[in-house]
Design a protein around this ligand. Structure first.
Ligand code: NAD
Length: 496
């Protein structure tokens, strides 16, 4: 099959269907000549194949990024010049929204409506926001008693290794790339092995937007081999990692050995606290979207619902009636809310965790089984009661459309249950009391807290984790702190 035929066959644009590495501004096969199949999770069939990168390809990508950084073709442009390219990228993302959403949907199984209005729109917003910040990377003058003029400069770091997970390929790569590029760095991007297609799309798009050759390089392939080599490569100045806590800890260890700064956005297992004084109708909508969005494969999902005892049984009854009605199925149908899980591996993991909970005596209120549909990796939205905080399905990250529900009696107990996890990425409070909203949100051990809402995000508002959910902040001006270094210059002058 030719590339053009393959593109038509899969619905993917030709340069994505080709699936080559992007190094030094050129598309090429991997050094070892290998290919990896990319599966469409809605059908279980091959959607594309991409080059399997090797450590030699990582070396070539880092060398290209170093060359680009060293000669200043991007790093020494003014902030305003960089800003124009990022803004153009944002415009191109919006112009090609339909095509880009399709790529993300085929790759990850995302319902097309959400791929469009969430993933693609957020990516465009990221580039637009960082385009503005690129113009504001100022240093400052420091007042001192020295006979000297003292000032600071914000400088880019060099080559950034950007490593991203399978669940939000486009948003998470845009978060890292837009910030790294706004600050003047070069990038080597290693997307998740299962879902690399939008990374290839963006390499082409950014080039069209005017990003000079070599500033962005994309190497697809196995995480362990390529990731370890990239993180340890002496040419890398900073590691920006998003992924699981387990791999994040390993990456931080490798980076630590060479004293390389690393930001780590890791796993989550957020609690959503529903008080009896909340607007119940509104809160139920929030509770459901918090655990089904992105088929539950969302680090900031709300899979642990804590319900104040007087409304516990009522809430279980409402969920039992409402959850089976959430549209699940073909991601290309605009009405679909829950698509397939992103891979067979995820489906098996979610199934096993629910079965273990059932075997341990938990009550499956609704769902609790895969949905057979067109060979895809579907799992019915599932609500589980009769569990406590020691159950695996409560304390571990399930990463599927699964909600556990636990009752509580007091505000203090709810806070203790919410904080009683190794993770600390997000949390939610549903309440009609403004005092309680302040009290409880301040007491929650999480990087971001939503009150009477879930997953409201904006490029201007920082997010990131505490505890095992990682360190560092993305989004907002805070993001640029980790992509720049501050240099102090002191110019002595003679007093008359
Ligand atoms: P993962 O940790 O398995 O993989 C993440 C990335 O690391 C992938 O690109 C993978 O190929 C790469 N990798 C694997 N082994 C590596 C190694 N030894 N060295 C360097 N890189 C390596 O995560 P995943 O399964 O793709 O994603 C799901 C996880 O990501 C969940 O835990 C989720 O909570 C987390 N996540 C966190 C955030 C956040 O912002 N905090 C956002 C999305 C996902």
């Amino acid at each position: 099959m030719t590339i053009q035929e393959s593109a038509t066959h899969t619905g993917l644009p030709a340069h994505i269907a080709r699936g080559q590495l992007f190094i030094g501004g050129s598309w090429r096969e991997g050094d070892g000549g290998g290919r990896t199949d990319i599966i469409n999770p809605a059908t279980g069939k091959v959607a594309a194949s991409v080059a399997t990168g090797t450590v030699a390809d990582i070396n070539a990508a880092v060398a290209a990024a170093q060359d680009a950084f060293g000669d200043g073709r991007w790093s020494r442009l003014s902030g305003r010049e960089r800003s124009r390219v990022l803004l153009r990228a944002s415009q191109l993302i919006r112009e090609r929204a339909t095509e880009l959403a399709l790529v993300e949907s085929i790759d990850v199984g995302k319902p097309i409506t959400f791929a469009n209005v969430v993933d693609v729109a957020t990516a465009a917003d990221q580039y637009e926001y960082m385009a503005a910040l690129a113009q504001q990377l100022d240093g400052s003058v420091r007042e001192t008693p020295l006979s000297a003029h003292a000032f600071t400069r914000r400088e880019p770091l060099g080559v950034v290794a950007a490593i991203t997970p399978f669940n939000f390929p486009l948003i998470l790569s845009s978060t890292k790339l837009a910030a790294a590029l706004a600050a003047g760095n070069s990038v080597v991007h290693k997307p998740a092995s299962d879902t690399p297609l939008s990374a290839l799309y963006m390499a082409q798009l950014l080039t069209e937007a005017g990003l000079p050759d070599g500033v962005l390089n994309v190497v697809t392939g196995p995480g362990g081999t390529l990731g370890d080599h990239l993180v340890s490569h002496p040419g890398v100045a900073k590691v920006a990692f998003t992924g699981s806590t387990e791999v994040g800890a390993h990456v931080a260890e490798l980076a630590g050995k060479s004293l390389r700064p690393v930001t780590a956005e890791l796993g989550g297992n957020a609690a959503n606290i529903l008080f009896a004084d909340a607007d119940l109708e509104k809160a139920i909508g929030t509770v459901i979207s918090a655990f089904v969005f992105n088929t539950g494969q969302f680090c900031m999902a709300g899979p642990r619902l804590l319900v104040e005892r007087p409304i516990y049984e009522t809430v279980l009854g409402i969920l039992e009636d409402a959850v089976p009605g959430v549209p699940i199925g073909d991601p290309s149908d605009p009405a679909t809310v829950i698509g397939p899980l992103a891979s067979r591996k995820q489906l098996d993991k979610v199934s096993a965790m629910v079965e273990a909970a059932r075997a341990a005596g938990a009550k499956v209120v609704t769902g609790g089984e895969p949905l057979e549909l067109e060979g895809g990796y579907y799992y019915r939205p599932t609500v589980i009661a009769g569990v406590d905080s020691t159950a695996e399905v409560v304390k571990d990250e399930v990463f599927g459309p699964v909600l556990t529900v636990q009752p509580f009696d007091t505000e203090a107990e709810a806070i203790a249950l919410a904080n009683g996890t190794e993770y600390g990425l997000a949390a939610g409070v549903q309440t009609g009391s403004i005092s309680r909203a302040h009290r409880v949100s301040a007491a929650l051990d999480a990087g971001i807290v939503w009150v009477n809402s879930w997953a409201l995000l904006d490029p201007s508002v920082p997010f990131g984790g505490v505890k095992a959910s990682g360190w560092g902040r993305e989004y907002g001006p805070e993001s640029l702190d980790s992509y720049t270094r501050t240099k102090s210059t002191i110019i002595a002058f003679d007093q008359e």
